[in-house]
Design a protein around this ligand. Structure first.
Ligand code: F6R
Length: 602
């Protein structure tokens, strides 16, 4: 995810910016840049890849005396990770950095192009700086022009702007993406999270959505829709490691909590009023396609399985899912009316990459669903959809799975419309449900506390069966994988209807059944399967909106109207259960034994 830093004052600016960006490295990025104005001179540097590249480019430059400065690490969303697309973006005499997505940038860009403005990058961000300059006209009032600019933007943003017209001022605005202002008694700092300014600033103000203003002469003027406002600074934390985790105990915990927010990013600009749009896809990708094959590993394989139910049921297109390591050696029959989809968080998984190469050699069209732009799998694919989950640090994948599944649901609606296989009413009801997803992913204190208390009863036994039907079967597989990865307890995911064909022989009071019992999909069927297990004395933890009297433990979920909303809500429950069991067992949640985040070997 992108990172922002800014500084206005007397100190050496280049080092403050580069050190600040270094602190944001853990969030992931693929290019970086800085812009500094001092003595009315604008200087800027950009580099793709690691910060070392930017350090190398700036090694002969040293800022001197009073000035304003902004810096950015970019995680590509609109446009490839190139130097032209890297921030800060330049107008004629101003620079901007931005996190988030400007949803109406296409319309704004067209308007500006009609006025003769030339765009250099493919980013949504560049519109901000040109819009500002179109109001400012070189001599105008910087703050008035900035306010007009902000009022035109739709979507999520945290942005900083500097301009030669007012070389002593940084303009800022926040709406939907994080931004804070740091103070050390003399100078003013900006950042998208605490870590870059810890050790420099002593006090902080966390901006609220809709706030904007400017910093000048060591002071900050703050405004919102009602005009100028006062604000209260707080003491700034001093522990950087803690700050990187935003106060959570583990990255995995932070990532579970982040899911609601990142889902908004995944959907932004794609889930429209009456349809799903992917600007990265074209109709030609689906021309002559009668079949879809998805290949992936681990958690990504589980999202693929979920997607296959949706694609067949809603888009009415046959879809098979393969584990990449199996696919490679089974001498598969590949026909060129098949679209080959790979799913990967890292984009570097060796088995998935090799499967993709095989499909390409067989002449198939390819699409990847990935979290890392410019990764090997993205580069190798004809087309790619980025999941926009931001970097995932916990080895056990959470938000990557959630966003992959969302992309597959969106893709289903996209294909369904293309193939005319969905009615307008059905499409509308799917879109309505989709927009509710961020709510279904919210973690409440009550839920987390309940799972914390329950977890103490699940630290022993001879195994766990996560069971579900339909799309809740892949969720059961994923729930079991999460638990075994970080608790080292034996867990299996099973289709609930299959238990009686063998595994039920294991049932006794020391066998824990985690039953996913959605109300909107086959409730009565799964209920009978759970009753069969209960009759054999298995300990049952039921997760359902519907109270279930045979359950030993029960988590009541809220959503019951749409299977995908139930899916995402139950997903969070299973993730928190694994987390709490693992913490009680004293395991390293973020770095489980024997596992690596990116599996680049066969
Ligand atoms: C589990 C997990 C792994 C990965 C698998 C594929 O929490 O993270 O099962 O899903 O190694 O990795 P990617 O998605 O990077 O291809």
């Amino acid at each position: 995810m992108c990172g922002i830093v800014g500084y206005v004052g007397q100190k050496e600016k280049k080092e403050i910016l580069l050190d600040g960006l270094q602190e944001l490295e853990y969030r992931g990025y693929d290019s970086a840049g800085i812009a500094i104005i001092e003595n009315r001179q604008l200087k800027h540097f950009k580099a793709i890849g690691k910060l070392e590249n930017l350090r190398a480019k700036t090694k002969d430059y040293e800022s001197d005396g009073f000035g304003v400065s902004i810096g950015h690490t970019r995680w590509a969303t609109h446009g490839k990770p190139t130097e032209l697309n890297a921030h800060p973006h330049l107008g004629e005499y101003s620079f901007v950095v931005h996190n988030g997505i400007i949803e109406n940038y296409q319309e704004l860009k067209v308007e500006l192009q009609e006025q003769g403005v030339n765009f250099l990058s493919q980013t949504d961000t560049e519109t901000i700086v040109h819009l500002f300059e179109s109001y400012c006209e070189k001599k105008g009032d910087g703050f008035d022009s900035f306010t007009k600019t902000i009022n035109k933007l739709e979507g999520a943003y945290a942005t900083l702007l500097v301009t030669e017209v007012q070389p002593d001022t940084i303009f800022f605005a926040k709406n939907g993406s994080p931004m804070l202002i740091g103070f050390d008694g003399e100078d003013v700092y900006f950042a998208s999270s605490d870590t870059p300014i810890i050790g420099m600033a002593t006090e902080v103000y966390y901006l609220e959505d809709g706030e904007y203003g400017y910093a000048k002469d060591g002071e900050v003027k703050l405004f919102d829709a009602n005009g100028e406002k006062n604000f209260t600074k707080k003491p700034l934390a001093t522990d950087k490691a803690m700050a990187q985790k935003d106060g959570y105990r583990f990255f995995m915990e932070k990532e579970i909590y982040e899911q609601s927010d990142v889902m908004n990013d995944t959907m932004m600009g794609r889930v429209l009023d009456d349809r799903v749009e992917f600007e990265e896809l074209g109709v030609e990708l689906f021309e002559g396609i009668n079949n879809i094959k998805i290949c992936a590993c681990g958690t990504s394989y589980h999202s693929a399985l979920t997607g296959s139910y949706l694609l067949e049921r809603i888009a009415k297109i046959p879809c098979q899912v393969e584990i990449a390591s199996e696919f490679r050696y089974k001498e598969p029959l590949l026909k060129d009316d098949t679209l080959f989809i790979t799913i990967s968080q890292s984009g570097e998984t060796a088995d998935t990459l090799e499967a993709l190469k095989m499909a390409k050699r067989a002449g198939l069209k390819s699409l990847s669903i990935c979290n890392v732009d410019n990764s090997s799998i993205v580069r190798e694919s004809d087309r790619a959809i980025l999941t926009r989950a931001g970097i995932e640090k916990g080895v056990a994948s959470t938000k990557a799975f959630a966003t992959q599944t969302m992309v597959l649901w969106m893709l289903t609606l996209y294909v369904a419309e293309l193939k005319n296989s969905v009615s307008k009413e059905k499409l509308q009801s799917e879109l309505d449900a989709m927009r509710h997803t961020p709510k279904a992913l919210l973690v409440t204190d009550r839920l987390h506390e309940k799972l914390h208390r329950l977890s103490k009863r699940y630290l022993h036994g001879h195994g766990f069966f996560f069971i579900g039907r339909d799309i809740f079967f892949p969720l059961a597989l994923e729930g079991a994988l999460k638990l075994k990865e970080i608790s080292y307890l034996h867990a299996e995911g099973y289709p609930a209807g299959e238990m009686k064909h063998g595994p039920i022989a294991l049932a006794d009071s020391e066998l824990f059944t985690i039953a996913l019992m959605p109300r909107s999909l086959h409730y009565d069927k799964i209920k009978s399967n759970v009753e069969e297990l209960s009759a054999r004395d298995s300990t049952i933890l039921a997760i359902s909106p519907e109270p279930f009297e045979l359950a030993d433990d029960f988590i009541q979920t809220k959503y019951d109207s749409h299977p995908m909303l139930e899916f995402f809500e139950m997903m969070v429950v299973t993730q928190l259960l694994s987390l709490e069991v693992s913490i009680r067992l004293g395991n390293d949640v973020d770095m489980p034994r024997n596992l690596a985040k990116s599996v680049t070997v066969e």
